[in-house]
Structure formats: C-alpha cells, structure tokens
Write a new protein. Sequence first.
Length: 259
Amino acid sequence: MQLKDYLKVIQKRWWLAIIVALAAGAVAFLYSVTQPKVYETTITVVGTPARPDEGLNNAIKSEIRRWPSTLKSSDAAAAIDKAGAFDLGQDAISGAMKINPQPDTFTLQITVDYKDPKWAARIANAAADYIRDQNLKAVANTPDDSKIFFDKVAPAPVPDRPSLPRTNLNSAAGLALGLILGIILIFVVEYFDNSFRTVEDVEHYTGLNVLGAVPPWRYSGQTLPKTTLSTEPARNGHSKNSNGVISPQEVLKKEHTNQ
C-alpha cells in the first residue's frame, strides 16, 4: 500500500480515532483529579570554610557526599521527626526527602514531597537545621580556623500549587496515546472489513474497471403527483384519467354492480 492508501483508510473512519482519543483523555483526566495532591519544596544547604583553604574545601565536599546516606538513615529521620514535632514516623520522614549533593558548588539540595504544603516546608527546614546542628557538634573541638560550617541559604518556600498529579500533562498524554490506539484500531477494522463501499474499492481489489453504478435511493419525503380523473365516459362504462388509464375505483364499482 502507498501512503495515499493509508490516508484513505484513516479518512474513511477518522471518527473512530477521535472517539478513542477522547475516551483515553477523559480517563486520564478523571484518574488525575482523583489522585491525592502532593506539594514539593526545595531547600539549599551550603558549606563554607572558616578561611580560604583547599583542605577545608575538600572537607566540605567530602561531607556533602556523605550527607545523603546520613539523612536517609533511621536515626537522622527520627531526629528530624522529633525536632519538628511532626509525629509522622521515621519512615514517612525518610520517604518524603530527596537529597541531591552538589560538591562542586559546595551545596546540598533537599527536596521534600508531602501532601500539606506548609508541612513540606517545615520538614525541609528541619532537615537543614539537623545538618547544621550535627556539623556544629562535630567541629566543636576543632580550632576555629580549621572549622567548616553548613547552613541553609534561605528557608524553604511554601509551595502554592501541587507538583502532583500533573493533570494537564496526563490528559495530553492520554489523548496522544488514545489517538495512536484509535489509528491502530482503524486498520484492524479495515483488515477484517471485506465489503466494497466505493467504486474505487471495487476497482482496487478486483482490478476491473467499473462501467456503471446504481446510486443509492433515498426517499425525499415528496409526494407523488396526483392523477386527474376525467369525467369523459370511457369504454365499458369506466372513466379514464388524464392518461387514459381506468381508475381502480371504477373497476371495483363496476364489479360490484355486476354482482
């Protein structure tokens, strides 16, 4: 089949692809609006040395690489839960956090996903404060000019809109997937359809030229013209209409008289 043949197949049942696409988009939209909303916020923790020194910079990078596994530990999660009085449990705290270390910039990004926007910001701030406090304890006995410090750049913002579910994206993806499935369904239906619908179909599948075709007849709702009966006496006592045809009423009347 050539490209124009594929286009003809799609053009014949384009409505089927539209129906499937709209149905898939509607399902994706309804699924999205029924999902719980999740709010995301991110806080940045930066490490700074007590004085410009390559050794201290390397120490900051080493600590930044270590903090992701430390924050996800049960002890750290429990401490954050207790410090913020969240009463969520260490598993919930650990599961809500995503840590992205960036040693080259001496920063650590903590992203928190939670169903309440204010609590998401509170958890992020508590995690940043935990890093700060733990580091201060670790360098308490270190000479002042050899210390490194960690602190948040700014408090975590309270998100004003949910990050999940992505209703628009899911609906668009549903429409696109439905359109693809609809086009596939069109070709499946066409494959099992053995009927001839157009003159082109007959010529294509038989290889013969069509000499003529009877057009489909549809009743237009117009009434047929009435025949006008003539009052002129006809042969055998019957009256004829304007076309010279004896009316059925006259025939029945004559037969009744003869009886």
